[in-house]
Design a binder for this molecule. Structure first.
Ligand code: C5P
Length: 232
């Protein structure tokens, strides 16, 4: 997959949806991609996959050069799942659930603070820009990866609300969870993601910010669709 496969002169529209964990950007991005019939890039899954593969190979998570080399290898063989093939496989093994654990999220957040790791993931992420369009969700989609996006959204919610959403997700999956621990983890991940020098988590200057602390999924999607339809 490469942008050079696109017909000359045809711009591929992108809608970026950035925000902290638990802001609902994953669910909303997927729903929006389905409504518009566009591709979806879950950039966090790439960071999680890299962290997971590094842990599996007992790499030192502080070894930036080794992580960059691993990212180059993974980007050649790995594609995000599609609607028809919804699982994430690594070397033929379904790792979808393993990638969603808190330990994997924390490892992803650690390696995501390294500038060369972020750079190594740039082209890989941009490969997903394919016609008829792309919904890209992450932390720096509107600020760094797709600065020329057609529409930039930033979803957010209060940390306690986001931790509670995560708590409910885990319990629903039968995974034990402690709400107080989750609140602390959400806050420390937010802090690390927002304070890092390389592509910190922040809304793009031209982003529309939606705080959905008191909105349900349907209301959030409605606001996002309104914004999308006004521009497309
Ligand atoms: O979005 P998700 O929770 O799956 O992302 C896991 C971690 O990957 C985040 O905490 C963040 O540190 C990192 N990430 C990032 N930039 C992105 C997507 C994810 O730094 N575009």
């Amino acid at each position: 997959m490469s942008n050079s496969d696109q017909p000359a002169g045809q711009a591929v529209p992108v809608i970026t949806i950035d925000g902290p964990s638990g802001s609902g950007k994953g669910t909303i991005s997927q729903a929006l991609a389905e409504r518009l019939g566009w591709h979806h890039l879950d950039s966090g899954a790439l960071y999680r996959l890299l962290a997971f593969a590094a842990l599996q190979q007992s790499l030192d998570l502080a070894d930036e050069a080794a992580l960059v080399a691993l990212a180059a290898r993974l980007s050649k063989c790995y594609r995000l799942p599609t609607a028809g093939e919804p699982v994430i496989c690594l070397d033929g093994v379904d790792v979808s659930d393993a990638l969603r654990t808190e330990s994997c999220a924390n490892a992803a957040s650690r390696i995501a603070a390294m500038p060369r790791v972020r750079e190594a993931l740039l082209d890989w992420q941009r490969c997903y820009r394919q016609l008829p369009g792309l919904i890209a969700d992450g932390r720096d989609m509107g600020t760094v990866v797709f600065p020329d996006a057609t529409l930039k959204l930033f979803l957010t919610a209060r940390p306690d609300v986001r931790a509670e959403r995560r708590y409910k997700q885990l319990i629903k999956k039968g995974i034990e969870a402690d709400l107080a621990v989750l609140v602390r983890e959400v806050e420390s991940r937010d802090k690390r993601d927002s304070a890092r020098k390389a592509s910190p988590l922040k809304p793009a200057k031209d982003a529309l910010i939606i705080d959905n602390s008191d909105l349900d999924e349907a209301d959030t999607l409605r606001q996002v669709l309104e914004a999308a339809h006004a521009l497309l």
